[in-house]
Ligand binder design. Structure first.
Ligand SMILES: O=C(O)CCC(=O)C(=O)O
Ligand SMILES: [Fe+2]
Length: 337
C-alpha cells in the first residue's frame, strides 16, 4: 500500500458495504489475505441471499413462470413483447430522432447511447409508453429487486466499424459479484451474425462450484490476469464452464420486439459478429443497487428524476476530468446532428 492508499483506508473499508468491486482500485477488496479468509466470497454469497429476499418481496409483480425462469436460467425471455403497431411506432421515432448522445469505443466496436430522461422522452411518445408500461416495468423491477428502475437508453452497437482489437464485451464474463439487472428490447432482428447477447443458462446461481471458483480467482486477482477481471468483472474461459458444471452458452438469435431481462452476475458475452460491419439497435436498461440493502426502495417515480440528474452530473464530471487531462472521456458526448 502506498501513502495515499493508507490515508484512504477508511474509505476503502466503508466501500465494502457497497457494490465496489475492483481488486486493483481498492486494496481491501484486493487483499490476498482477506480474500483467503473469504472476504470476496462472503460478499458474493451475502449479496446473493439479499437479492433473493428482495425478489421474494417483489414476487407479486410478475407471473410464476417468470419467477421460475429467472431462478432456473438467470434470464426472462419474452418474444413479441410488444404489439406490432407499438413496436413499429418505437422503431420509427427512434430511428428518426436527433438527440444528444454519447459514444464509447471498445476495440473495433462503437456503442452509442441516448439517455431516456424526462426531456428526451417528451419527444418520443411511443418509447415513453414502453417505459411506462407496467408489464415492462414490473419485469425489470423484479429482476433488479427494486421498486424503481430509472435508467433506460436507446443503444446501438456497431462492430467492425473501426480499427481496433476484438470487442472486449465478446469475452465471457460476469459484470460484478452482485445480482443485478440488464434488459434489452431489440429493435433489430438479431442473428448469430450480428453479435447476439449470449448467456450461460443457470450461471447466475451461487452454487458450491461457483463459490469455490470465485474463491480461487479472488486470491489470485489483484493484478494477476486481465484488467477487466482485476477491476471485478471476472473473465471466464469456455473451459471453466466444465469446472463450474455449466452448459454451453446460449446465443439469443431473436426477432425484433423480443425482450430479454437478465441477471448479469451470470456468465455472458456479446456474440461475435461475422457481419462486418454489424449493427444492433435496442432499448437498453440497467439497474445495480447497493447489494447489501435488504429493502427494494421506494416506489415514487419523481425520485427517478433525481437519480438521472445525478447520473448526468457524474457524466459531466467525467467530461471535465478528461478535459483537464487533455483526453476524451470514455463516454464521449455526441451533439445533435
Ligand atoms: O451487448 C451485449 O450483448 C452484452 C454486453 C454486456 O456484456 C453487458 O451489457 O453487460
Ligand atoms: Fe456484461
Amino acid at each position: 500500500m502506498n501513502a495515499r492508499q493508507i490515508l484512504m483506508l477508511p474509505v476503502h473499508v466503508l466501500a465494502l458495504a457497497t457494490g465496489a468491486k475492483s481488486f486493483v482500485g481498492n486494496p481491501v477488496i484486493g487483499s490476498t489475505l482477506l480474500n483467503r479468509l473469504g472476504l470476496h466470497v462472503a460478499r458474493m454469497v451475502l449479496a446473493d441471499r439479499i437479492m433473493a429476499f428482495r425478489r421474494l418481496l417483489l414476487s407479486a409483480l410478475v407471473a410464476p413462470e417468470d419467477r421460475q425462469a429467472l431462478r432456473r436460467d438467470g434470464f426472462i425471455l419474452k418474444p413479441d413483447f410488444l404489439a406490432p403497431e407499438d413496436l413499429a411506432a418505437i422503431e420509427a421515432e427512434v430511428r428518426a430522432m436527433n438527440e444528444p448522445a454519447r459514444e464509447c469505443y471498445q476495440g473495433d466496436t462503437v456503442t452509442w447511447r441516448v439517455l431516456l430522461d424526462e426531456d428526451t422522452l417528451s419527444r418520443l411518445p411511443a418509447t415513453r409508453k414502453l417505459i411506462e408500461d407496467r408489464r415492462y416495468r414490473h419485469l425489470l423491477c423484479y429482476v433488479a429487486g427494486r421498486l424503481r428502475v430509472p435508467s433506460h437508453w436507446v443503444q446501438r452497437i456497431r462492430s467492425g466499424v473501426r480499427a481496433g482489437k476484438r470487442d472486449p464485451q465478446t469475452n465471457l464474463h460476469a459484470d460484478t459479484f452482485q445480482p443485478n439487472m440488464k434488459a434489452w428490447l431489440f429493435l433489430d432482428d438479431v442473428s448469430e451474425d450480428n453479435g447476439p447477447f449470449t448467456f450461460v443458462p443457470g450461471s447466475h446461481r451461487m452454487t458450491w462450484r461457483r463459490v469455490k471458483y470465485a474463491y480461487r480467482r479472488s486470491i489470485a486477482e489483484a493484478g494477476a490476469t486481465d484488467s477487466y477481471s482485476a477491476r471485478g468483472s471476472f473473465r471466464f474461459e469456455e473451459k471453466d464452464l466444465a469446472e463450474l458444471g455449466l452448459p454451453a452458452p446460449r446465443a439469443f438469435a431473436v426477432t425484433r420486439g423480443t425482450l430479454v431481462v437478465a441477471d448479469t452476475v451470470g456468465l455472458h458475452r456479446r456474440g461475435d459478429s461475422r457481419l462486418r460491419p454489424s449493427s444492433r439497435l435496442e432499448i437498453w436498461s440497467m439497474c445495480r443497487t447497493n447489494p447489501f440493502n435488504p429493502l427494494p426502495g421506494l416506489p415514487f417515480r419523481f425520485l427517478d428524476r433525481i437519480d438521472l440528474a445525478l447520473y448526468r452530473a457524474f457524466m459531466s464530471y467525467q467530461d471535465r476530468k478528461a478535459a483537464k487531462r487533455g483526453t476524451k472521456p470514455s463516454w464521449r458526448p455526441v451533439p445533435r446532428r
